[in-house]
Design a protein. Sequence first.
Length: 744
Amino acid sequence: MIKSSDAYREAVEANGRRMYVKAVVDIVDPDMEKGAVTAAEQEPGISRAAQLWDKEFHLSADYASLEPNRWILDGTYIPRPADAATRDWQAGLVGAALSGEGGLFPEPQWAQVSFANVSILQACAVAFSDRPEDGVAADFTVEVLSEGVAYHTETVTGNTKALVPVIGFRVNNPDAIRVTVTRWSLPGRRMRVAEIVPGVYEIWTGRELSEFAVKHQGDPTCLTLPYGTAGIAMDNQNRRFDPRTKDGVFLMIEDRQGIDLYLGAGLPDGTVEWKRLGTFYQANGGWKTGDNSVTMKWDLVDIVGLLSSRIFKRPETLPTTLKGWLEALAGQLGKNFTGRVRVDPEYADLPVTATAATIDRMTCGDILRGVCMATGTWPRADASTGYLTAEPLWNEGNRLTLRNLNKYPTMKANDDVASVTVNGYAIEGTAPSCGNTVEVDNPFLPDGERLEAARALLSFYGGDRLELVGRGDPSSEIGDVDTVWLAEGNATTARRVRQELTISNGVLKNCASSFVRGNGMSLYTSRVQLLESGTWTVPAGVWQLWVILVGHGGDGGSGTDGTWNNDTNVWLGEFEFEQAYNGGNGVSGSPGAGGSVWAGVIDVNPGQVIQVRTGEGVWNTTLWNYSSADGKRYPNGYTDIATGDVYARSGVGGPRPGSGDGGPGGRGGFSGSWYIRGHWYYDNGIQYPGWSEGGWGVDPSRRDPGHWVHETVIEREPTDGKPGGAGATGSAIIYWEPPEVINE
């Protein structure tokens, strides 16, 4: 689950929402080796020439200088700090010389990036400062070099843009791009260059994109290796991507070039909170044109898809840790991919070994599945970075209500399995009489880990599958345990294994997703839930427990009292005008937070008597030396995978004892209603219609003396706010294996 602000959650669940799409297209040679950045004299302590390579186009070095508009006493700029030379800020390359009258530099200012391993270049771009007060290069020249010779030179005059693309050329085997600036757009400014891109680096939005569809999928069992895919189509009316256009950029398109895809929700303040969906790559000529090349379409895969079918080329020395194997696998795509891995820190150094003979001719996908199964992790492409990722499963996700769904969820039976065999070790499955069996031969799995691997596999069999079609939420990830709230006090949970995010006619809708709720929970077939304090005795032959400690849920806050709505409804003689509603209702109290949850495996002795504290008056459930206080709170509740029960939710109406659910907030009081009525009286008695437009106490249509008499009428007194509901007590949930399994 990608972390999101409260404003995002409200926006993405709103009845009328605005979703935005963005693609960052990076058509740069994937095997390019970045070289040195050289330049004319730079401003010492400020310039960061190496940042010309970091794909960061916004300059944020907010230091004050004597340049016009960079010494503003409103906190925008700070005096040059003493640690400027070591400060980590985004400055780009900053020249030392100041532009003179008319923006002319006394000597031309230049910057150059060098590189290697680029076979062909048909486009490049130069980015200057994006701050209006800094100005941009007005007159400059771009040279594309190979072995010191400029094979393409382009001069730009009168420029006013921060990002300037240069296309319509072709240079084979280039090794440098040099930018020379003679005139700046403003006087008294330094040259500031944010980026020099040897290729195409553009941001496409809904204006350029005519199609957009992303599919995320994964398999936590590691039995298969599904991967993410994406399909996008962009406007190509200028024929930049037409293979028949000589001055386009088609020849630069190669496999393994990445496109970062984003979806975002429009917030009430007018900003967009973006969620990255991942980096998707071209594979095996994943482009095509149609309709006379008016559009260009890419069919893309994530980094797992790039690797899945490749034969692993063994390095001289085989890796020995989980992270080492992932780096070796990513490195199969090229040297620049080696660092594109993400491994949970607690698992990164776990030992994983195999012999050269056992992995001979194995695919990268099979090795990836094997090393993850051996370490209790699962493989996927991380959405936030696009990196090859291995991490353990987690037990939290988003909340789904019927407001998120197009129709009621479809539930069907999940696959059963008769037996699971891992490297010759067999255990009984969820349905011994069924015809489905699973056999795994994993050269990375030590004999001592076979039982753990079998448990993990078994946990995804039996139970149910849920198929949902909803409006789509880009903050959800595969692997999430989502809570589907079908009623106030009831919820169904399952693990997300597939989701589709599709833009149709400019709207994110009809997004399908699949969930698994297995009940073959890791052989922990014995279970007890303790709702009160006391002692519990470990059964004979049991040496290990799986424990879930759920703390007491918080009480909901009280609603505030209602007040008068501060409006009037005046009787004009006998005529009452409709009263306009003007507030006055109290504010409902905040929902009570769910209790903290701690879960883990603990070692015990058979017959050991364990002290337990939970139930009424106990806020942190404890079992022996372990406490729910050492866990954390889960915004949408913690799911017990074995049963599908959800604990420690926030703001639940009528929470069940032992659940640790927080109570609901109290309803705010209702407003009071009142109005003023009156009559116009003449001295010779009451007259109708009474009040006229002349004003208080005056009737211009009559000259007889009179007066206005009015009274306040209370229709309804304000009501008091209601107290919040009480949070539920916590509990201790204990699982253990039958002694006969341990003996085996």
